[in-house]
Design a protein around this ligand. Structure first.
Ligand SMILES: NC(=O)c1ccc[n+]([C@@H]2O[C@H](COP(=O)([O-])OP(=O)(O)OC[C@H]3O[C@@H](n4cnc5c(N)ncnc54)[C@H](O)[C@@H]3O)[C@@H](O)[C@H]2O)c1
Length: 254
């Protein structure tokens, strides 16, 4: 495409499928080397092979549980051993489980926080240490419109994504002096397994969601990946601490 991340060493979490995989693909298509990390080892290795074949770029798939600092340290060490630096991090790993507050189980609450928020902290900490030494870097977290507005049955999820938007701002403040930009993309409803499993479970519900948007369409993973690519490139050199909504105008109409 445009070579927006040409020769950059990029690391993507949650890269086996959905938005993370689309980000890995668009990075590779724009000239980057990509390290794809995910809990699902088989699927992430398959995604890396597929992207290498399609883009001709070097891609590696690695198993990594985002809630485990041991796994993260291993993935970062392996990336540095192989490529010596990390220019871009996109953290897309995340989970969603629906439940009313009064029905929510404590372990369900904890799991959503462990992956969506503690995971974001752990991966940022590990990669920021590398980027501080390099005195440059771009970090993009995948947050959500649910971090900006309440959604029924998403108390834990909304809380993690609101917290993530706050975390992004503090990281931007602390890391800016080292030439590191930290931002988030907040997707609206985007056609992935997460959405199909949890709430867009019929043609009728899909149409309801489409009707909520100004542009009258459901997001694609490529819609999100394009925004992430922008924030990961020199085009966004002057942008930091932002959580940018990519929702076809869904946020305006609710
Ligand atoms: N799809 C949407 O409409 C939407 C909207 C707003 C925000 N988001 C956010 O976008 C991100 C990606 O979501 P998606 O829709 O692509 O979902 P998805 O379920 O298709 O993909 C999520 C990926 O994260 C991985 N993952 C889950 N737990 C993990 C862990 N502990 N360690 C490492 N990887 C793990 C999964 O294996 C999977 O490959 C999430 O953070 C989600 O909250 C999605």
């Amino acid at each position: 495409m445009y070579g927006l991340v040409k020769d950059k060493i990029t690391l993507v979490t949650g890269a086996a499928q959905g938005i993370g995989k689309a980000v890995a693909m668009i990075y590779a298509e724009n000239g980057a080397t990509v390290v794809l990390c995910d809990l699902n080892e088989e699927k992430v290795k398959e995604a890396a092979r597929e992207i290498t074949t399609q883009s001709g770029q070097k891609c590696i798939g690695m198993k990594m549980d985002i809630s485990s600092s041991k796994d993260i340290d291993a993935a970062v060490s392996e990336t540095l051993k192989e490529f010596d630096r990390i220019d871009v991090l996109c953290n897309s790993a995340g989970i969603l489980m629906h439940s009313l507050v009064v029905d929510m189980q404590e372990d369900q609450w904890d799991k959503i926080f462990e992956i969506n928020m503690k995971g974001a902290f752990l991966i940022t900490k590990a990669v920021a240490k590398v980027m501080i030494k390099q005195k440059s870097g771009k970090i993009v977290h995948i947050s959500s419109c649910s971090g900006k507005k309440p959604t029924r049955e998403e108390a834990a999820y909304c809380s993690t994504k609101s917290a993530l938007n706050g975390f992004v701002k503090v990281c931007a403040l602390e890391l800016g002096e080292y030439g590191i930009n930290v931002n988030a993309v907040c997707p609206g409803a985007t056609d992935t397994e997460m959405v199909r499993k949890n709430f867009i479970t019929s043609r009728e519900i899909e149409q309801e969601w489409i009707n909520k948007t100004a542009l009258k369409k459901l997001g694609t993973v490529e819609d999100q990946a394009k925004a992430v690519l922008f924030l990961s490139s020199t085009l966004a050199d002057h942008i930091t601490g932002e959580a940018i909504i990519v929702s076809a105008g869904e946020m305006m109409t609710q």
